[in-house]
Design a protein around this ligand. Structure first.
Ligand code: GLA
Length: 395
């Protein structure tokens, strides 16, 4: 009798707690996640010391206070599984729990990386067949964010269905993401779930359904203008799929990695904030130039990305290499970006009526940090090669 009561009490508690956990998970990433990820700069060389240095630099540079909270370890942290199947980090990461404690002590959160296949993209241990166990291990360590990369799972999709792009393979893929999401929810720890499968099968249409808080919409970025613009400007038309808790992810930032000019990095940052993209810095934070820091921490620019309305922007006008994109902001304002993709200077004219404002609208140039005015409802600027002007427009 007593035992039955205990069982039924436990059962009712579990029933009561389930919605709490689910509600918690849907409140994650109310605005696009901000932080740092190890891959773009450190790739396979990342160590515990690099991650601690990144956490230190986020605090000392003011980036944490500007909103960069997640410290995300990408691929190559994984070691072997023990006799019970429990994953252990490799020798580059001697004590993951101690690292999480360190990161948390700085007011930051720790992210990690795995995938549904037997191996990750860099050939390290994946979560295949160990999903619940890995989610539990991450929660015990104190992990707050998981990037889950398809990689070798595509081989299983091909083996089992004959074609990794078939409808059956697609179902397998969705099930694999859902499985890890359920495992994360079951830990009771709020863990942001980041899908990484390069935009296959229009992931923006079903990423939410399988528990994704964000999903990569493209293949990998690199530190060249041509790749950044290819990825960034290809995002036109995806705005309707983003909402609080669920974001399109055109990949991490390259700002400060050295392969682009400051104008190009400002264009990269402007486009990403217009896209309500996750802002994951990918540079060596312990060696940043003042220009890099200024690009990453401009408060007015970050406010465009993090606006609580949670609407992604989209292209509103284009003529050759010049484009205008706009993003609705709370209170009826809009962020409007004027881009020059050409390798030489180009004039560009914004007609306020084209972005839904009257000719007396207020305009602030967010990179220049000053108010600007339209003449007869038009605003013309000469943009340098690969330049940008990012405006906040309000009536
Ligand atoms: C894939 C991902 C990258 C990175 C690497 C790590 O290429 O798209 O972002 O995580 O794997 O191996």
């Amino acid at each position: 009798m007593l035992r039955n009561r205990v069982v039924s009490l436990g059962f009712s508690l579990a029933l009561l707690m389930a919605p709490v956990v689910l509600a918690q998970s849907s409140q994650l990433a109310a605005t696009p996640p901000m932080g740092w990820n190890s891959w773009n700069h450190f790739a396979g060389k990342v160590t515990d010391a690099d991650v601690r240095a990144a956490a230190d630099a986020l605090v000392s540079s003011g980036m944490r206070d500007a909103g960069y909270i997640y410290v995300n370890i990408d691929d190559t942290w994984q070691g072997r599984r023990d006799a019970n199947g429990v994953i252990h980090p490799n020798s580059k990461f001697p004590d993951m729990k101690a690292l999480a404690d360190y990161v948390h002590s700085k007011g930051l959160k720790l992210g990690i990386y795995s995938g549904p296949g037997p191996k990750t993209c860099a050939g390290y241990e994946g979560s295949y067949g160990h999903e619940e166990q890995d989610a539990k291990t991450y929660a015990e360590w104190g992990i707050d964010y998981l990037k889950y990369d398809l990689c070798s799972f595509t081989r299983l999709m091909k083996q089992q269905t004959g074609d990794e792009h078939s409808e059956k393979a697609f179902e397998m893929q969705k099930a694999a993401y859902e499985k890890m999401h359920k495992a994360l929810v079951a830990t009771g720890r709020p863990i942001v779930f980041s899908l990484c499968q390069y935009g296959w099968n229009d992931v923006w249409k079903w990423g939410t359904e399988v528990g994704g808080n964000l999903w990569r919409t493209t293949g990998d970025i690199n530190d060249h203008y041509s790749r950044m613009e290819e990825i960034g400007f290809s995002q036109a038309g995806l705005s309707k799929y983003a909402a609080p808790g669920h974001w399109n992810d055109p990949d991490m930032l390259e700002v400060g990695n050295g392969g682009m000019t400051d104008d190009e990095y400002r264009q990269h940052m402007s486009l990403w904030v217009i896209l309500a993209a996750p802002l994951l810095a990918g540079n060596d934070l312990s060696k940043m130039s003042p220009e890099t820091l200024a690009i990453l921490t401009n408060k007015d620019v970050i406010a465009v990305d993090q606006d609580k309305l949670g609407k992604q922007g989209d292209r509103v006008w284009a003529e050759g290499p010049t484009e205008i994109w706009a993003k609705p902001l709370s209170g009826g304002a809009k962020a409007v970006a004027l881009f020059n993709r050409a390798p030489d200077p180009k004039p560009i004219t914004l007609k306020l009526s084209e972005v839904g404002f009257g000719s007396n609208a207020k305009m602030r140039d967010l990179w220049a940090g000053k108010d600007v005015t339209a003449t007869n409802g038009s605003y013309t600027v000469l943009l340098p090669k690969h330049g940008v002007v990012l405006l906040r427009v309000s009536q």
